[in-house]
Write a protein that binds this ligand. Structure first.
Ligand code: MD3
Ligand code: FE
Length: 208
């Protein structure tokens, strides 16, 4: 369903088997070097969701080839299968494949414990207008999708559950959004994940 122009939610896009494969991959990426780390914000705080990056390292607010606020190691590469998953996600959401120039080359994996959240923000460090692809695993969350003008109202609250796909492109690409809360204990019992994982796939447009 189209939640707003360019913002398409496809519930249960990943079946149980694909969810399990993606979770196993996330667990491997989370290991050092350049594994899961706590993101330090410029104001001296820390984000409550922990993160691992592929392709390029996100730090507030920019991209770098090494784990700037982690162990300094080069980030792990973006696997071709994950770039292809991004391409298929856009194709399914919009009914047409993305241009060849828009190859998914960055993945940010956020891990939310039961009390983690993410404040309202927008994602503007990428230099490409390509849609952001979001995949959710484990516990459901309340996702708040806002507007492009401010962090405040109007916004819509949508529940994101394990296996859900969300694609944010066009006029929604620069909308404010956040995760006000995780709903602990709501993940698929068979998955074996306590907490929530969100995988976003992005096109950096930042050159080689
Ligand atoms: C709308 N992640 O990684 S996913 C993020 O659940 C981020 O971890 C949240 O916001 C999470 O930056 C929300 C949905 C999402 C991701 C990127 C977007 C929505 C977006 C970029 C533009 C507009
Ligand atoms: Fe975001």
């Amino acid at each position: 369903t189209e939640v707003a122009p360019g913002a398409v939610h496809l519930p249960d896009w990943l079946g149980p088997r694909r969810q399990r494969e993606l979770l196993d991959a996330c667990r491997a990426w989370a290991r050092p070097p350049a594994g899961l780390r706590t993101v330090r914000t410029p104001g001296g705080g820390t984000m409550t969701a922990r993160q691992v990056c592929l392709g390029l390292h996100w730090y507030p607010y920019g991209y770098a080839p090494t784990a700037v606020d982690g162990d300094g190691a080069p980030v792990k590469p973006m696997p071709a299968w994950l770039a292809d998953l991004g391409r298929r996600a856009v194709t399914d959401a919009y009914g047409t494949p993305p241009p060849a120039a828009e190859a998914y080359d960055i993945a940010l994996v956020n891990f939310y414990a039961g009390d983690s959240r993410m404040g309202m923000h927008r994602d503007a460090e990428e230099r490409s207008p390509a849609p952001v692809v979001s995949l959710s695993l484990g516990d459901a969350c309340l996702f708040r999708f806002g507007n492009t003008a401010s962090r405040g109202r109007p916004y819509r609250d949508v529940e994101l559950r394990s296996g859900d796909l969300f694609v944010f492109g066009g006029p929604s690409r620069l909308a404010y959004h956040g995760v006000p809360k995780v709903l602990p204990g709501t993940g698929p019992p068979g998955l074996g994940l306590t907490g929530r994982l969100n995988i976003t796939l992005r096109v950096g447009g930042l050159g080689p």
